[in-house]
Design a protein around this ligand. Sequence first.
Ligand code: GUN
Length: 297
Amino acid sequence: MTAQVIDGKAFAAEVRGKVAEHVARLKEKHDLVPGLAVVLVGEDPASQVYVRSKGKQTTEVGMKSVEHKLDADTSEADLLALIDQLNNDDSINGILVQLPLPKHLDEDLVINSIDPAKDVDGFHISNVGLLGTGQKSMVPCTPLGCLMMLREHHGSLSGMNAVVIGRSNIVGKPMAQLLLGDSCTVTIAHSRTKDLAEVVRRADIVVAAVGRPEMVPGDWIKEGATVIDVGINRIEKDDGKTKLVGDVDYASCAERAGAITPVPGGVGPMTIACLLANTLTATCRANGLEEPKGLTA
Ligand code: GUN
């Protein structure tokens, strides 16, 4: 079997289009403009690229984009004061603090100081608890993007065997909760899992989110399974140039899978599209308006 390629770039453009339409209606009917604030502490080059991209796409869908760039040695008190100010600013509906933070800042403390209703990353402990108990919450963007692609491809996921490789708070754990919410039988595998190959071979859906380049070979994939590759790893090629690869070995997995997301152009573009969708959802909830359909879990 040669896998169908799930085009995350095209799907993300569709999601952004829906968000932009909804944003235009909010402006026209309610004179509301959703606002997203992104806070970047320090000068991590990868984070700077993400933040620039988020700002650009936020503006493109008609939302207000605010960026706060703070020095790497910013004190915890100053960062918390900024978050407090954003929590109390009615023109801001979504707050995202770019991770990782410099070592001297307590990530959990900072994340949990964001108003849960504005926590468009879905990392606040309240949102984690709401998601875990099947209640309405803000859902982390990357797993939400993966879920949207899976629903688009399969329709119902009910009864499917899903294996999530990776147990991070940002992707693995919330991904497992979302798949469970859609009635999959879910296994979370990780670095200590025994006989990972056998576990993955049982999966109808494989979500790879470990951050290890090309670690899943094609012979782990059940014929016809759907493979969602969350990894974005830069590796050096034989000629000394670099390229981006995922957590699965694309060529061999594509030979056996029924469908697969490429890297780049799969999960990556969906993450920012879902951040915009979450900002829109937060705006609607904050104003007692109906939420957009198909843009939440
Ligand atoms: N750093 C890497 N991924 C993410 C994300 O989804 N949200 C935030 N805030 N920081 C990140």
